[in-house]
Design a protein around this ligand. Sequence first.
Ligand code: ADP
Ligand code: ADP
Length: 220
Amino acid sequence: DPTIEVRGLRKRYRTTVAVDGLSFTVRAGEVTGFVGPNGAGKSTTMRLILGLDSPDEGEALVNGHPYRRLRTPLTQVGALLDAAALHPGRRGRDHLLWLAQSNGLGKRRVSEVLDQVGLASAARRRAGGYSLGMQQRLGIAAALLGDPPILLFDEPVNGLDPDGIVWIRGLMRSLAAEGRAVLVSSHLMGELEETADRLVAIGRGRVVADTSVAELLAAA
Ligand code: ADP
Ligand code: ADP
């Protein structure tokens, strides 16, 4: 089953220890909420899982392998990172077509994900004119493009309106119901308790709680 295993991950930037010995597992068929205040190390952890940065110690395994060794990355792991850089002059659809082409995926898949995220009617507009919510949806479309079994979403509700927030909660639930492993971060606990099956809470780069949401609510 698709999983992410984070084992003893540590990363320091000059004087800042961003991630300080993190270990946790993200399982298939579950939404794992990754919660902690700003600066706790959530984005750094996701970047380390994706091989965008290398750890000082420990490892992050995707289906048993470091992510950068995987072939056809978009079909293995989909990711929405908050620093998703969109070329402002490029049309939404062209952004996805370019990604599809560079990953050996067909055009039909581009139309499917545009429908799935509700951007079909805006797909021919330039990304520079997109609202923050539309940019988020385009980033989510890119994450879904390769139909990956594992998905990482860094603060996905940022910039979304209330309808968009309800939509993304439903999307997370349905991705998990399809058997995918979903890791979603937020600095707000309340945002995750309705969506997540498990919560991994971090502070100053360390796990402070790792629990099922049902257990947590039963203890409240
Ligand atoms: P979160 O995603 O939980 O807000 P981050 O992972 O972005 O936390 O950041 C964790 C800590 O590491 C913060 O103190 C942040 O300023 C620092 N940090 C993150 N990336 C870098 C970097 N590239 N260079 C220096 N410091 C960084
Ligand atoms: P987040 O929304 O997770 O808090 P940040 O705004 O902290 O994200 O980080 C955005 C980008 O800037 C990331 O690529 C991160 O690695 C980098 N970064 C964060 N903090 C620092 C820092 N103190 N010095 C240099 N780069 C940083």
